[in-house]
Design a protein around this ligand. Structure first.
Ligand code: AR6
Length: 184
């Protein structure tokens, strides 16, 4: 981690909001997909419904995606220009879970930066069907994003998009603690 001043600068580039990620006019939204990349329930289902069938057609050309990695497509009928599909771990309480979730965030951000994305929105990857406890996932998500932003000018802004007020409170509390220098 950098100096205190650098840390507060990167904190200005992240924000937690509540809402439906499919409605956001950002450069890229991240999808919590599965290894097939051929759609599913939860946020994946919502993204495919809103993007239209061309998204599934492009996903079919990708040949799947291993857990912890990410792939980028266009956004089609979504207000977002791109979709970054990442595959979070199914939570089993093992040390690998955290490593895989961390690499989802890192790999997604690397693809976003490479595509020139200035704004990127993440859902709470793995925190639905895949069962990752939200507070633990939040720590991983926030620390990986801040670490990436410290050494990369892009994306300029990262949004954490939560689907409930309770989930939003967890993320906002985490960010508030970090702003106050109580990050551990
Ligand atoms: N906008 C923002 N967040 C949402 C939305 C939305 N429109 N819809 C749901 N969430 P999940 P996972 C939240 O289950 O745990 C799929 O079937 C939701 O409340 O979508 O990574 C895939 O195909 C939760 O906090 O993803 C995989 O098979 C978070 O998004 C599997 O589920 C993630 O929940 C992936 O499971």
């Amino acid at each position: 981690m950098g100096s205190g001043a650098e840390k507060s600068d990167v904190l200005k580039r992240v924000e937690a909001v509540s809402g439906d990620i499919t409605r956001l006019a950002v450069d890229a939204i991240v999808n919590a997909a599965n290894e097939s990349l051929l759609g599913g329930g939860g946020v994946d289902g919502a993204i495919h419904r809103a993007a239209g069938p061309e998204l599934l057609a492009e996903c079919r050309t990708l040949g799947g995606c291993p857990t912890g990695e990410a792939r980028i497509t266009r956004g089609y009928n979504l207000p977002a220009r791109h979709v970054i599909h990442t595959v979070g771990p199914v939570y089993r309480g093992r040390p690998e879970d955290e490593k895989l979730l961390s690499s989802c965030y890192r790999n997604s951000l690397a693809l976003a930066a490479e595509a020139g994305c200035r704004t990127v929105a993440f859902p709470a990857v793995s925190c639905g069907v895949y069962g990752y406890p939200l507070e633990e996932a939040c720590k991983v998500a926030v620390s990986e994003v801040l670490e990436f932003l410290e050494t990369n000018p892009l994306p300029e802004k990262v949004l954490f998009v939560l689907f409930s007020e309770d989930a939003l409170a967890v993320y906002q509390d985490r960010l508030k603690r970090l702003s106050a220098g109580q990050g551990s």
